[in-house]
Design a protein around this ligand. Structure first.
Ligand code: ATP
Ligand code: MG
Length: 366
């Protein structure tokens, strides 16, 4: 199951995969109840999918699809999308919960019986789940989400569930006119607009799956004494932002209650790791105090309620990525002095609390 918001690129991904599977594994059946043959042909031409071995079936009646599947043997079946399929003997319009669930069950049964993988596209509802929480995610063996910001051309394919392997691997792609292409050096891309010493901006080496990746966290605080202050978190967890704001207010004495606070991860990434806590705190404090962040520095650490900092796993891998991209120092808790050698000779600033970290990480005000 490949889920994603409308227009994010599900059909593009599935068509590219179809082309690759046809070249390597044998014939692929591409079932679309959504788009006409002409539309799909246009896209295939644009993506450079030749069509050799890819068979197109414009059909939304699942009974017909299953009948057609008996007529030939396929290495892969692609269904775009589950919401357009329907069966006659179940009440409800296509896309309704009962239809989606029944169609998914029948496809799953067919896949298990015939031992042919079935790739299904699913639209994500407003609540962020494919057709109601828990319906399709339970039926599918693997659930992937294609995500990204509408204004950014980068897409992240994230594993949500995998019955055959780990889910912590992510794919990072760029949407081009020729389709989704692999991003070789994601850190460079996500940092391309980063300027050193800018106020309210901090770079954090996060782990996306098993690979280290540098992301830029931006924060903006602006006074607001008329309405309740707003907090906007894009790319980071909202509750985490509230916790960090509370710690900054209470432990570091920053008077943030009369301030709107906006935090953003550039490039449309979504980071769930708590290792970004310190970066968020530093970016907010930098914007609020109008003091720049020490140049060439990355920051890492989880923040606890009493303002203490906790270490993050796999420090060496993160720091070598930072060093590779020209960063020269790191602010983090629990650093061992001998790890400097392992981290490409980076200068290490050790801080055990948010207060210490702000003193070390922010330039002296003018
Ligand atoms: N010529 C083009 N050059 C670059 N990008 C394009 C081009 N045409 C389409 N795209 C990209 O492809 C996206 C649409 O991709 P696709 O149709 O695969 O999405 P989808 O998730 O299947 O959408 P839907 O929910 O409508 O089925 C567009 O939002 C756009 O970003
Ligand atoms: Mg589509």
């Amino acid at each position: 199951m490949v889920g994603g918001e409308p227009g994010i690129g599900k059909s593009t991904l599935l068509l590219q995969v179809s082309g690759m599977a046809a070249a390597q594994r044998g014939s692929v059946l591409y079932v679309s109840g959504e788009e006409s043959p002409a539309q799909v042909k246009l896209r295939a031409e644009r993506l450079g999918v030749t069509g050799d071995g890819v068979y197109f079936l414009p059909e939304s009646d699942l009974t017909q699809v299953l009948e057609y599947l008996e007529s030939d043997s396929f290495a892969l079946v692609v269904v775009d999308s589950i919401q357009t399929l329907h069966v006659a003997d179940v009440i409800g319009t296509p896309g309704s919960l009962s239809q989606v669930r029944e169609c998914a069950w029948r496809l799953e049964r067919w896949a298990k019986q015939s031992n042919v993988p079935v790739l299904v596209a699913g639209h994500v509802t407003k609540e962020g789940a494919i057709a109601g929480p828990g319906t399709l995610e339970h039926i599918a063996d693997v659930v992937l989400y294609l995500e990204g910001e509408s204004m950014s051309s980068y897409r992240v394919l994230r594993g949500e569930k995998n019955r055959f392997g780990p889910t912590n691997e992510v794919g990072i792609f760029e949407m081009e006119s020729t389709g989704l292409t692999d991003v070789e050096n994601p850190s460079e891309v996500f940092l391309s607009a980063y300027r050193e010493e800018s106020v309210g901006s901090v770079v954090v080496p996060v782990l996306e799956g098993s690979r280290p990746l540098l992301v830029e966290i931006q924060a903006l605080t602006s006074p607001n004494s008329y309405s309740p202050p707003r907090r906007i978190a894009s790319g980071v967890d909202f509750n985490r932002l509230l916790l960090i704001l509370a710690v900054l207010t209470k432990r570091a004495g920053l008077k943030l209650f009369g301030q709107d606070v906006i935090v953003n991860i550039t490039g449309g990434l979504r980071i769930t790791e708590t290792a970004v806590d310190l970066g968020i705190a530093l970016a907010i404090a930098s914007s609020f105090t109008e003091r720049g962040v020490v140049s060439g520095m990355v920051a890492l650490g989880e923040i606890g309620l009493s303002g203490e900092l906790r270490g993050v796993p796999q420090m060496e891998r993160r720091l070598s990525e930072a060093a590779r991209l020209g960063f020269r120092s790191c602010l983090a808790p629990g650093l061992k002095s001998d790890s400097a050698a392992l981290c490409g000779g980076m200068r290490l600033f050790q801080a055990d609390s948010v207060v210490e970290a702000l003193a070390l990480g922010l330039l002296k005000g003018s």
